[in-house]
Design a protein around this ligand. Structure first.
Ligand SMILES: CC(C)(COP(=O)(O)OP(=O)(O)OC[C@H]1O[C@@H](n2cnc3c(N)ncnc32)[C@H](O)[C@@H]1OP(=O)(O)O)[C@@H](O)C(=O)NCCC(=O)NCCS
Length: 153
């Protein structure tokens, strides 16, 4: 699957995907370019209207996947897995120690996906989602805590 780095301005289609994964607009703004100078954006599909998107930022010792989303029609075709694999390869090439990704404890499918790719649970950020502007209800549950997953390289 063809994963490419996107270096242009974020489009409406990019934002639709990013906000699907993380509805906190200000948070997304803060970890995407140009606001976050070191953020990198990877996509699958057309540059300005991709099927899938992923944003990473460098953190102490590794990289964090801050956002990942696939458009509804193209889910379950391995796109998120391909994006994550690309990030893992890139992080390894750059000598990073780990790749991290966080999700709500209520995000059962996402958790299964990350575990399938080799990530291991690495801590809980209690009440993380309670500071979000709108409550997040997922699988019939209120999302409160963020669970961090880490893949050591
Ligand atoms: C979570 C999300 C990014 C996954 O994207 P995706 O492109 O569907 O992911 P993949 O296709 O790589 O993997 C999803 C599942 O499809 C399966 N799959 C992958 N390729 C497949 C194929 N060719 N045929 C059938 N199933 C396949 C994977 O094994 C995985 O299965 P699982 O449910 O057992 O874990 C997507 O559902 C999404 O955008 N959700 C909304 C935003 C979101 O929650 N983002 C994450 C925030 S933490």
């Amino acid at each position: 699957m063809d994963v490419t780095e996107y270096q242009g301005e974020l489009t409406r289609a990019h934002w639709d995907l990013l906000l699907d994964a993380d509805p906190h607009f200000d948070a997304v703004l803060a970890y995407t370019p140009p606001q976050h100078g070191e953020a990198e954006v990877f996509i699958i599909g057309e540059a300005k209207t991709p099927y899938a998107i992923c944003v990473i930022v460098p953190i102490e010792g590794g990289f964090e996947i801050k956002n990942i989303a696939t458009t509804v029609m193209m889910r379950r075709h391995g796109m998120a897995s391909a994006l994550i694999q690309r990030v893992i390869d890139l992080a390894r090439e750059r000598g990073a120690g780990f790749v991290e990704i966080g999700t709500a404890t209520t995000s059962r499918d996402q958790i299964r996906l990350y575990e399938k790719l080799g990530f291991k649970q690495d801590g809980i950020l209690r009440d993380y989602f309670l500071s979000y502007p709108e409550p997040i209800i997922e699988n019939g549950l209120l999302a409160r805590d963020m669970v961090m997953f880490r893949l050591n390289l």
